[in-house]
Design a protein around this ligand. Sequence first.
Ligand code: GUN
Length: 286
Amino acid sequence: MAQIIDGTAAARAVRAAVQREVEGFQREFGSVPGLATVLVGDNAASATYVRSKHKACAEVGIASHGHELPAHTTQEELLHLVHALNQQPHISGILVQLPLPAHLDTDAVIDAIDPDKDVDGLHPINQARLFAGREGLRPCTPLGIMHLIDHTGIEIKGARAVVTGRSILVGKPVAFMLLERHATLTICHSRTRDLAEEVGRADILVAAIGHAEMIRGAWVRPGSVVIDVGINRLPDKRLVGDVEFAAARERAGFITPVPGGVGPMTVAMLMQNTLTAARRQLHRAR
Ligand code: GUN
């Protein structure tokens, strides 16, 4: 029976560490890091996510600056705001909540963010830095996943890691982070011929495919680490991951629950990234 990886507790510990570092930052530099959030339109889920980011900022001592724009905001108006935030020294990080309304060009908005304020790690410069193994801001959910894997104490070096999913936000970046830590990497996706066979080889499985319980428990390699990134709402309103939890738990060594696994880590790592961004800007200013 697998040990449950408690993401809520791990996230709390990360926030506590960031809070101590923010206090040190303030003593040293006389200011605190600042996070600007940009929310366009009235997507209820997005508004909830942004609220949880502001709440975390308040908890760790980061100043948060919310910008709420109407759904009919033009591309030009949004770019104007991003350019203004790029220039403001008290803004360390800029987070444009996605998805944007369909009439807006998301790539152009991400490209407009100063890469050293890109706390989502989505700017092509930061993606290239990850690809090249250089320092840079990295996406929050993959950072949280790596933190949870490390938390189990297993050695990543040489382990067989299987990532199911190849999104820009999770699958691809976490794959490169695992590779950087010397895992033997396989990336699976919707066209993978024999998903069960690939999953069965994984010492570390990161499931980020976006389909409720698609990874069957019986496929899971005994003793492995199973990180479930999925958040899927079933017709009966239950929230489940991409992994068939109860059956997978019988076989795995460690497994994240849904909810309470990867989810809470994302906001915690956003706090850490905002602090990292603030430090990067100080170094640049020197
Ligand atoms: N929408 C869903 N996840 C994310 C995220 O990690 N960052 C942003 N900016 N928007 C999101």
